[in-house]
Design a protein around this ligand. Structure first.
Ligand SMILES: Nc1nc2c(ncn2[C@@H]2O[C@H](COP(=O)(O)OP(=O)(O)O)[C@@H](O)[C@H]2O)c(=O)[nH]1
Ligand SMILES: [Mg+2]
Length: 489
């Protein structure tokens, strides 16, 4: 038997309230909250314009759904959700939905706004039968053109949402490019608070367009890895995320959608004499400017657009030195080199275990906002929503753990080095994993480990010199062990 977790309690509350609002103007809103917590985690891809957000979204889905570069649709928030079939709709600012026409052009989804004006559209909603969307609904954001959020670097508790407006996303992938500015100044550009409050608990950062680092030489991804580590160790980055993953989204997007005619073009390129090929691979100008009969300038330009200079270098190298020739042979190697598989693993590790807690958190914020709007028309329902959501928030060890994990990971509290990994585990791991035990551990060993944990963390919480936030962290660790004790056996 397990104690009701936060998500279960929130779902029960939503289900209890829904019938009371049936037939009212609020019915749709409660249904949306219900659908959101039942559905997959909503992950927003945020970052500045041209950071490579849409390209990365496509790489994660494995299809070219999000429009890249210019175009009106890139300026609108777009939600990509798993669906049984294909459907595209515009959600208007008025709240109404309008079906949009779409087609696939050269494998890329192309959406027509018809006579709708971009200004009247709140978001575009795409339903697509892609299996990768089963785990996560992905939200493409237009990104910031300019940077003026003064508060952006402040450590903020991610539980302190903007209470006026429920968050659009439960978690965030933040893209930052390596620009030759001071790293910390660059971080001012890093936060986009309009998406959702970021915290190491719900944010993974990506060093994007990593293949362009060091002019796209063959070792670009190694350099990117070093730079990503440096970013990660910056205090200002730490407040927001514990991981920075270098990714060449373009390489993955192309690898996952690569065609045989592109492999043929790469083979033709690789067929040049050494000296000619070396010259052509110096840069885009040399690639397109060199006179040769083996490959047209047009297909060289196509290759550049799809693979980038780094991708072309890697691919021709693979053709020549490894004898890889077909799209089926080349594509997996390119995808692996892109860093996207590693990112996917990090996302699973970071978001997977606490997806439902993050969703429950978003749902509670949405319920509070609903309660405010119900105050005049349905005061009893509003009261109940306020009271119950407060009770769930206060009593749920899940929320307390998310908050404590945030405090530790963001560096808001300083923990001893020898305690750090045990604390991370007790605050973040699932089930018995929080005690360092496997799923099949015997009930008695779980209870013993839980008791030891309660004693250990409670005694640390009793340290008279510890700061209040640190006491909170230790108390939460002790509560986690207590609840494992109580629910085992
Ligand atoms: N070389 C390279 N170019 C990229 C990468 N990701 C995106 N781009 C290019 O950068 C431009 C902007 O990409 P886009 O995904 O539209 O950026 P967004 O504005 O953040 O959505 C496009 O021309 C992409 O082809 C990458 O990983 N490597
Ligand atoms: Mg975009």
């Amino acid at each position: 038997m397990t104690a009701p977790n936060a998500a279960t309690q929130v779902i029960a509350l939503v289900n209890a309230i829904a019938p009371e609002l049936r037939g009212t103007v609020h019915a749709e809103r409660i249904a949306a909250i219900q659908a959101r917590i039942d559905g997959p985690l909503r992950v927003a891809i945020a970052g500045k314009v041209k950071a490579g957000k849409s390209t990365l979204l496509n790489a994660l889905v494995g299809e070219r759904l999000a429009p890249t570069d210019a175009g009106e649709c890139t300026r609108i928030v777009s939600v990509y959700r798993r669906g049984a079939g294909y459907a595209v709709a515009a959600r208007m600012r008025t709240g109404e939905a309008s079906t949009l026409a779409f087609q696939r052009r050269d494998g890329a989804l192309s959406i027509s706004l018809g006579d709708l004006s971009e200004r009247d559209i709140d978001r575009i909603e795409v339903e697509w039968p892609a299996t990768t969307l089963e785990r996560m609904t992905l939200i493409d954001t237009p990104g910031l053109a300019s940077i003026n959020d003064e508060n952006s670097r402040r450590t903020r508790d991610f539980l302190e949402y903007d209470h006026e407006r429920p968050p659009d996303a439960d978690a965030v992938i933040y893209l930052m490019r390596h620009l030759h500015k001071s790293d910390v100044a660059f971080l001012d550009a890093f936060m986009d608070r309009s998406v959702t409050a970021a915290s190491p608990v719900n944010t993974v950062a990506v060093l994007s367009r990593a293949d362009e680092i060091g002019a796209g030489r063959l070792d670009a991804m190694d350099s990117a890895m070093r730079i990503a580590r440096r970013y990660r160790d910056e205090a200002a980055v730490r407040e927001l995320t514990s991981t920075v993953v270098p990714v060449a989204g373009l390489l993955a997007e192309t690898g996952l959608t690569m065609r045989e005619d592109e492999a043929a073009a790469l083979r033709a390129l690789a067929g040049h004499e050494d000296a000619t090929l070396d010259r052509m691979l110096l840069g885009a100008d040399q690639l397109c400017g060199t006179a040769t009969d083996l490959i047209t300038v047009e297909s060289r330009r196509d290759l550049l657009e799809r693979f980038g200079m780094f991708g072309i270098r890697v691919a021709t190298h693979l053709v020549r030195s490894k004898g890889l020739a077909t799209a089926a042979q080349l594509a997996p190697v390119l995808v692996e080199q892109s860093g996207v598989p590693r990112l996917r693993k990090v996302l699973d590790e970071q978001f997977g275990p606490r997806a439902k807690v993050l969703q429950a958190r978003s749902a509670l914020v949405a319920l509070r906002s609903l309660a405010r709007d119900l105050r005049a028309s349905h005061p009893a329902v509003a009261d109940r929503l306020d009271r119950e959501s407060e009770r769930i928030e206060a009593s749920s060890v899940d929320f307390a753990r998310a908050r404590a994990a945030h405090l530790v990971a963001s560096g808001s509290v300083v923990v001893r080095d020898d305690e750090r990994s045990d604390l991370d585990r007790v605050l973040m791991a699932d089930g018995n994993g929080a005690l360092g035990l496997g799923k099949d551990a015997s009930p008695s060993s779980v209870q013993q480990a839980a008791l030891r944990g309660v004693e250990r963390w409670r005694s640390r919480a009793g340290d008279p010199l510890a700061a209040p936030a640190l006491v909170e962290v230790f108390e939460t660790a002790a509560r986690t062990c207590e609840s494992l004790y109580a629910t085992t056996g």
